[in-house]
Design a protein around this ligand. Structure first.
Ligand code: DCP
Ligand code: MG
Ligand code: MG
Length: 517
């Protein structure tokens, strides 16, 4: 498989590690996919779009259309010029600013997790999809009422425990979709089956705004409806091309081919996985999504061939990247620049360490300080020049900047004082999504100010060691005092010490400041 396919593959259907594999048919797996996601978000932002057929455009491509457009025959996506030739009146909105899509995507993921609780892993896939394993919360007790939604092939659910568990999964899926709708006003569709592959595939059967379950015995019938190997999620162009060189074009070819014949293009494990997927078997577990390991973005273009052009593009990328880092809340320790040159047609990247303090302005705003921006821009240009000789002729078609080694910040809501359990009464700053949910304020502005005024004189409170207190940097003193003023004042030093977070180390600052521990 190529690099491109591998990414999707490992994210989507990576082989699980031993013990976490569950016998496929015993599980109840849900897959949620938002309906015409970007278009729904655009219609929320501009209600005049609600009833009108329209498409969302990124550069020359219409990346999605709403269902009103699909109803009059506009395809879901494709080249803008071609689609507009046939539908010249089609309204088109620009979807190149991803911020609102990301914000809604995060809200949806959070809503699913909240609705399902801690026993059910929820795994995010791309912007508009989530898998959930609800095996732990379904029981095999039959119910009198019919579950909501459809059953693939219009099959009837029987009274056995396995069907009862599927019916329970259908009820849960419906509840989750209602929750998503209540929280975000977005409609979604769902699939309910015994593994990730089947739940994703069956979920598309009654789109938009509905759900479909698959009886365990009907996997072959569902799989037989698929056209080529590319209808299997995770099999992209490159894998399909490699399969073609082995004589495999259809799923039947893939099912029938001897695994050994897939070598040397695929290793033994991958060959086995591909053949299993062709049969609707997918043993991979739903993994609880964790925070991203890297945050980045890139831009593709026809041509950049000057150092100034690169600098302008990187400056723009850094501005956008800053917003993403601010949203994430962590501070990075490495930065990476990626480029694609026309001459080499492969991406190259270089990375180096950066000080997390360069991003400290993001605690309170959405942008970098001028000094930090300048320093990061110089760093990125230095990295770029390790792969491109900007003094000679060059021709770039892509530039990207990403950050990694993200560390939790010591700031506002994760302040030193909060870290030691002193911020018990302090009002926590709200994240963007929460602001939206409560309908408060400007959703695009970040709010991470420390609440509570603090003591501008920075007098050492009674019970604290004045000498140690005075030796602390001003900002740390201010932060300890602010949290104390905002509600921790009622805590005696002893209580504050007892309430410390588990992470508190013996040589922590508070241990030095607070006397009589
Ligand atoms: N998207 C994109 N580039 C593409 C395809 C899609 O940026 N080449 C974006 C736009 C979509 C979103 O991803 O709105 C989700 O993709 P889906 O395939 O789930 O499509 P939609 O949600 O738009 O429609 P559907 O109702 O069919 O799921
Ligand atoms: Mg979708
Ligand atoms: Mg999708």
């Amino acid at each position: 498989m190529t690099e491109e396919d591998d990414t999707t593959w490992t994210e989507t259907f990576s082989e699980s590690d031993g013990d976490s594999v569950v016998t496929a048919d015993d599980r109840v797996i849900l897959h949620f996919d938002l309906d015409c996601f970007y278009a729904q978000v655009e219609a929320l932002l501009d209600p005049s779009l609600a009833e009108v057929p329209f498409a969302v455009r990124q550069k020359q491509i219409l990346i999605t259309t709403n269902y009103a457009a699909r109803a009059i025959g506009v395809p879901k996506n494709g080249l803008a010029a071609e689609i507009l030739k046939n539908f010249p009146q089609l309204k088109v909105v620009c979807g190149e600013d991803l911020r609102e899509y990301r914000r809604y995507s995060q809200m949806v993921h959070q809503a699913i997790k909240t609705e399902l609780g801690p026993l059910c892993p929820v795994e995010r896939l791309g912007m508009d999809e989530n898998f959930a394993d609800v095996t732990a919360i379904v029981d095999g007790k039959p119910s009198d009422s019919a579950p909501p939604g459809w059953v693939f092939g219009d099959e009837k659910l029987g009274g056995c425990a396995r069907h009862a568990r599927l019916a329970a999964g259908m009820r849960i899926a419906n509840r989750v979709r209602e929750k998503i709708l209540n929280v975000t006003r977005l409609t979604s569709s769902a699939g309910i089956a015994s593994n990730k592959l089947l739940s994703k595939l069956v979920g598309g059967c009654h789109k938009p705004g509905d759900q479909t379950a698959l009886l365990p015995g009907d996997a072959p019938a569902l799989m037989s409806q698929l056209k080529g190997v590319k209808s299997i999620p995770g099999i992209g162009h490159s894998t399909a091309n490699l399969l073609k060189t082995c004589g495999v074009e259809t799923l039947t070819d893939l099912k029938n081919i001897d695994a050994a014949s897939l070598r040397p293009h695929f290793n033994e494990e991958t060959a086995r996985r591909l053949k299993e997927l062709a049969c609707g078997i997918d043993r991979t577990p739903v993994k609880m999504s964790e925070k991203a390991k890297t945050i980045g973005l890139e831009d593709r273009f026809q041509r950049i061939d000057s150092a100034d052009g690169c600098k302008d593009k990187i400056k723009w990328l850094l501005g956008r990247l800053a917003e993403l880092i601010a949203d994430d809340g962590r501070a990075p320790k490495t930065i990476k620049v990626s480029v694609r040159s026309l001459s080499r047609d492969s991406r190259e990247s270089r990375q180096c360490k950066v000080s997390p303090s360069l991003f400290s302005a993001l605690k309170t705003t959405n942008s970098l300080s001028q000094d930090s921006l300048k320093e990061l821009l110089d760093t990125c240009m230095g990295l770029l020049e390790k792969t491109v000789d900007v003094k000679s002729k060059f021709h770039l078609t892509m530039l990207g900047v990403s950050v990694g080694d993200l560390v939790e910040p010591v700031s506002a809501d994760k302040s030193i004082a909060a870290f030691f359990g002193m911020g018990a009464g302090a009002a926590k700053p709200k994240r963007k999504a929460e602001q939206h949910l409560s309908g408060a304020g400007d959703s695009l502005k970040r709010s991470r100010e420390v609440s509570g005024g603090g003591d501008v004189q920075q007098r050492c409170p009674d019970g604290w060691d004045e000498e140690v207190f005075r030796s602390l940097p001003v900002e740390i003193r201010q932060e300890l005092l602010s949290s104390r003023a905002a509600g921790a004042g009622s805590l005696s030093p002893g209580e504050a010490s007892k309430n410390r977070n588990k992470k508190c180390k013996n040589n922590s600052i508070l241990n030095y400041v607070v006397k009589n521990k």
